[in-house]
Ligand binder design. Sequence first.
Ligand code: HEC
Ligand code: HEC
Length: 361
Amino acid sequence: MARRSSLLLILFGVVLVQACRKDPSAEMEELVVGAYRPTPLQLDIPTWALDSIHPVILPSSNPLTVEGVALGRRLFYEKALSDDYSMSCGSCHQQAHAFSDPRQFSLGTDGSVGRRNSMTIQNAVWDHFFFWDTRAATLEQQAFGPVTNHAEMRNTWPVVEERLRAHPEYPALFAKAFGDARIDSIRVVRAIAQFERTLLTFNSPYDRYVHGGDLTAMTEQQVRGMELFFGDAHCGDCHAAPRIQDHGAQNIGLGRNSSDLGMMEFTGLEIHRGRFKNPSLRNVAVSAPYMHDGRFNTLEEVMHFYAEEVDLADPNLDQHMFAWTFGFVDLDAQERADLVAFMHALTDEEFLTNPAFSDPN
Ligand code: HEC
Ligand code: HEC
């Protein structure tokens, strides 16, 4: 017994020496988390939704815990994050709309208008970049942005931290999630990211039809649309199963004279002009308006674009648009309607109404 405890002591000493080389706040955090353990949380993902090319991304610096997710949910809906207490993340990312905003452009707390359509937040645990122009690499990094963005929450992090520290409940919630009551911006974004990673959607009629063996889950028209989607209409080349997304960014020929340069604004490279993140089409029927600038109000308008208006002369047109370049995609009115019907089969009512994802306040 005595030998074992002295061995432990030596080990502890080694850990301490290692920890001292890092910055002091990280050291504190690791030691404290070592002493206190929030409850680890396992994501419940159906096996068919996993694939080896795109693994789920769970950073070891921010493991999922029951308490962390609960805190993140509170913070996601916390209006104290905005300067005048009028707005939370949930104001522009509404559950009923797959955590997007039905307005073309979201309004900031002072009424200023953004220039891009709010994005859905769903199955984000697979994504390795965020924003339409791909500029954030992690959900943690992403969540730093809106709080200080002048067209959004218009706040500063010191103010947010002070408000949460003075709050009657948050210090205890942070202690439960992270082992001690320290509140800082890093912990705020970590908790929010944990909550966002639990926003999984895999229970649409399409899933029940294809994976659940329920052949009544989709209508005949939706089945025709599905066959087109993954076949002659070439939609599935980019909006790939099972997540109806390919985790890339493409230029689909929306027009060359846009002031929004897309990924080029972030990389500075001309070849990235007009490239935008490929959005998952899950729940697309409830996440209008469409495209990075919300230019289309309906799925019918989107179909009209893909059938008639793709800018084939754009030198940056994505190579996956080859079927358009070679004129293979020729969709008549019936086929467009079938594709729209199929996209409606991607709506997951359980996800849109799951009480675990709603405003806890
Ligand atoms: C005023 C409206 C508004 C608020 C408030 C807001 N967002 Fe957003 N969100 C947007 C818009 C618009 C975009 C797309 C911006 C872009 O691409 O430049 C976006 C993008 C995102 C994305 C990227 C999704 C993806 O697939 O790449 C995530 C994640 C996100 N927001 C989470 C949050 C979180 C967390 C908060 C709160 C801390 C928040 N948002 C607050 C409007 C808002
Ligand atoms: C070359 C890859 C590619 C192909 C092929 C493709 N898409 Fe897209 N799709 C994208 C990208 C990228 C966007 C976002 C573009 C933007 O906002 O600038 C998008 C956006 C959309 C949107 C709007 C989603 C939203 O949340 O705003 C819909 C709907 C859509 N596509 C349906 C289809 C259909 C139907 C087909 C087949 C006819 C198709 N797509 C073929 C890459 C592709």
